[in-house]
Every structure is written in structure tokens, then in C-alpha cells.
Design a protein around this ligand. Structure first.
Ligand code: GUN
Ligand code: ZN
Length: 438
């Protein structure tokens, strides 16, 4: 039985600042989080929380303590695809991604890269992520094993693709179904691991495979579904050719039972009004991946449209490594801010930090466990230093309040601002790979 208290400036959200503004924020200037057996026992002002407590106190003052970040979309086998030059989505997939992902067939390679990914996420303060693997079950297995070793809450899917990809990267409707089923039996709901049914996108899955994915979703309603939607114009035109009788891209997924409250749809940049209506009425989640949308030239997400009261769409935030260019949710927030500026929209710091914490947890239906640090929740915590670099410390001299400080953190911060990351109340340390490197 371990009990420990973290002391610092404690910040979290009790509601969505997009709806309630600053009133959604809970901030204790001298705060503490009391943790017992990996769960939050009490949180609030230090005097109250630490009254009658005589155990270990880790003093992080003057730094900020927040719920660990939640990254709702990334690709585990793309840690060596990140920073590949000069191509939009389809060419980028064919020239770089489909070449690199073949290496994930080798267990040692998959294990090494999974270990790197999870250590890197923790170094950046991300404690939960939704990860695509490669098509090979061993690639998904590697992420689960490394996440479980670190006790990280992760959502992982074996990518299904049975066409429009190199032969060695294809499964079949039947093998994709059976391999996913086996991974669900082995990992879904085991400790902190969950499975996502993962047809890569409509281009690389035949109607038969989408049907098999839909069958998995019906048979395992507690699993997530993750895929891509409306990222790039050439992609959308190709989907139209492949599914000539579908009204639009979203309908391809909808017909196979792949929309719904547990569906995480990457990008959703170029949606029609009908697609917006279908995402809203099915309660599906659009995942905003700003660094990727810029890097691959896909275009800026329309956050204001996702808040249209006629069809409000749940939105989550994600890095999309390796189309995305950073593991850091702080960097992701600022690139989100910039892409929204291009649309004449704004992303206040409270909304950005909410999206990266409680908002992500809500998108995953996990707000009782992560993203809030409310009593009873799992104690995943990130410690942030607003003066981590010379430029940050210099700018911080003129900061007047917590809102300005958060905006400084998201505008100038990165992994250097992360002083510590706690997973289930334990400080995380890089673990590296359990497998020999190649
Ligand atoms: N669409 C299908 N696969 C991918 C991928 O790996 N990355 C991105 N950004 N979009 C995709
Ligand atoms: Zn993606």
C-alpha cells in the first residue's frame, strides 16, 4: 500500500472551457494531490489535502501539476517515418510509410520502436494514447507489452488493410478479423489496455474487410474503432471512385456500422454538411491533428464548424506521429492555435489544455479514470515548468495570470517543460526495450 502526496500548483478542468470559460478551470496556487495505490485520494489546496497526512510529500513547487496528456491518434510504427520530406498523404504513404511499416513484421524491431515510442510519450507528459500498429499482430502486441510494462493506459489497434498497399502489408477480411479477435481476447480490458478495431481507411480496406470490422465492432461494443476520414482531397476523390454508390466518405463507414460514440475518426478536415450531420448524430469523435495537417499539407481543421449547434461534433486532439511532427501535446496545441488562426478562429489556452486532458478523456469515454485527477481517478500526472528555457523564463517575467502562463506554455513549451510524468502515482523512468536491438 503506497501513499504519496505531490505538492505544487494544481490545475485541472471540471467542465469544458468552450462552454463555461474560465469557470471550468480548477486551480490551486498552493495545491496537492494525495495518491493511494495509484489512485487520487484527495486533490485541492495543500492545507486541506495534507491536513492529518504525515507520509511522503514530493514538493514540485513552483511547478504546475496537471492530468497527464491524452493523445487520441498516432501511429506506433512511424517513429522513423516522422520527418519524411516533400509529399502529401497518398504519396507520403506509398513512398515512406508503407516501406517503413514492413519492418514492424520483425518482433525485435517492433519491440524496440514501441519501447522508444512509449518512453518518448512519457518524456513529453503523455500518459495515454490511441495507437495504430502496423498490419502485423506482433506490432500491436509489442505496443501492448511495452504499455503494460509501464502501466500506461493505452488504446491500441492492429491495422487492417487488404488492398491498395504492398502485398506484404496486406491482411484479408478473414485474417484481419481473426487476428483482431485474438488480440481483443488477449489484451482488451487487461489492466490498463484497450483494443481499437482499426481499418486504416476506406482506400486500403475492401467492402468485405469493412464489413468484418463492423462485425468486430458489433461483437465487441466496448472496443474502440479508429480510422481516417476526409484528410486530403486526392484521398477523398479515390474513395469516391472505390465506393461510387456511397453518398460520401462518411457513409462508407456508416454503412458498415463503424460510426458511433467509440469511433475515433482522424482528421475530418474536408467534411460536407451531410457528413457533419452524420458524425454529430452518431456521436462519433473527430480527431484534430494539427502538426500533421500542416506537414502533409492536408489543410486546417474547422473547430468552429464542429461546434455548430445544428450538428455539434465531439473533437479530440492528437499528434498523428509520424504524419505529425512532434510527440509533444504542447507543440500540438500551438500548431492547433496556428491552424485555427488561418481560419480566423481562436484556441484559448484553457480550451487547448482541456482538449489535451479532460477533453481527450471524454472523447474516449474515460473521464472517470483519466484527464481530471478527481478523487478515485488514476493518478497520471504531468509536472510542467513554465520557465524551462531562457526564452520561456524571459517571457514569464511579464506574465500576469494563470491563463497567460498556460498560453506561454503551449506557445513556447515542449519536452523541456516537462519536469516529471507520473503514471499511476509512480514517476516514470525510461525503460527501453525488453528485446535486443537488431
Ligand atoms: N491515412 C491512412 N493512413 C494514414 C497514416 O498513416 N497517416 C495519416 N496522416 N493519414 C493516413
Ligand atoms: Zn493517422
Amino acid at each position: 500500500m503506497t501513499t504519496r502526496a505531490l505538492r505544487g500548483r494544481v490545475l485541472r478542468y471540471a467542465a469544458d472551457p468552450a462552454e463555461q470559460g474560465a469557470a471550468a478551470r480548477r486551480y490551486d496556487e498552493d495545491g496537492a494531490i494525495l495518491i493511494k495505490n495509484g489512485h487520487v485520494l484527495a486533490i485541492g489546496d495543500a492545507v486541506t489535502v495534507l491536513k492529518d497526512y504525515s507520509g511522503e510529500i514530493i514538493d514540485h513547487r513552483p511547478h504546475l501539476l496537471l492530468p497527464g496528456f491524452v493523445d487520441c491518434h498516432l501511429h506506433a510504427p512511424q517513429t522513423q517515418v516522422i520527418a519524411s520530406y516533400g509529399a502529401e498523404l497518398i504519396d507520403w504513404l506509398q513512398k515512406y510509410t508503407f516501406v517503413e511499416e514492413q519492418k514492424a513484421a520483425h518482433p525485435a524491431h517492433a519491440a524496440r520502436n514501441a519501447a522508444f515510442l512509449l518512453d518518448e510519450l512519457l518524456r513529453n507528459g503523455t500518459t495515454t494514447a490511441c495507437a495504430y500498429s502496423a498490419v502485423y499482430p506482433v506490432s500491436a502486441e509489442a505496443v501492448f507489452v511495452e504499455a503494460d510494462r509501464r502501466d500506461m493506459r493505452m488504446i491500441v489497434g492492429k491495422t487492417m488493410m487488404d488492398r491498395n498497399a504492398p502485398e506484404v502489408l496486406r491482411d484479408t477480411p478473414r485474417s484481419g478479423y481473426e487476428q483482431s479477435k485474438a488480440l481483443i481476447a488477449r489484451w482488451h480490458g487487461v489492466r490498463r489496455q484497450s483494443f481499437a478495431i482499426t481499418p486504416r481507411f476506406a482506400i486500403t480496406s475492401s467492402p468485405e474487410q469493412l464489413e468484418a470490422a463492423g462485425a468486430l465492432a458489433r461483437e465487441h461494443p466496448s472496443c474502440y474503432v479508429q480510422t481516417h476520414l476526409d484528410e486530403n482531397h486526392r484521398e477523398i476523390a479515390w474513395v469516391k471512385e472505390l465506393f461510387p454508390d456511397a453518398q460520401d466518405y462518411a457513409q462508407v463507414y456508416e454503412r458498415h456500422g463503424l460510426l458511433g460514440p467509440r469511433a475515433l475518426l482522424g482528421h475530418c478536415i474536408h467534411m460536407t454538411e451531410r457528413e457533419r450531420e452524420r458524425l454529430a448524430s452518431s456521436n462519433s469523435v473527430a480527431v484534430f491533428c494539427p502538426t500533421s495537417n500542416l506537414f502533409l499539407g492536408s489543410g486546417p481543421y474547422d473547430l468552429a464548424a464542429s461546434r455548430d449547434p445544428r450538428f455539434p461534433i465531439r473533437t479530440a486532439l492528437a499528434t498523428d506521429v509520424g504524419g505529425g511532427t512532434s510527440y509533444s501535446m504542447l507543440v500540438t496545441m500551438r500548431e492547433g492555435y496556428k491552424t485555427l488562426m488561418l481560419r480566423g478562429q481562436r484556441l484559448p489556452a484553457d480550451e487547448a489544455f482541456h482538449m489535451a486532458t479532460r477533453g481527450g478523456a471524454l472523447a474516449l469515454g474515460l473521464a472517470d479514470k483519466i484527464g481530471t485527477l478527481q478523487p478515485g481517478a488514476e493518478a497520471d500526472v504531468v509536472v510542467l515548468d513554465s520557465r524551462a528555457t531562457a526564452a520561456m523564463a524571459h517571457r514569464a517575467e511579464t506574465i500576469r495570470d494563470i491563463e497567460e502562463e498556460l498560453f506561454l506554455l503551449m506557445t513556447l513549451g515542449d519536452d523541456r517543460a516537462v519536469r516529471e510524468t507520473y503514471v499511476m502515482g509512480e514517476a516514470s523512468r525510461p525503460k527501453g526495450s525488453s528485446e535486443p536491438t537488431q
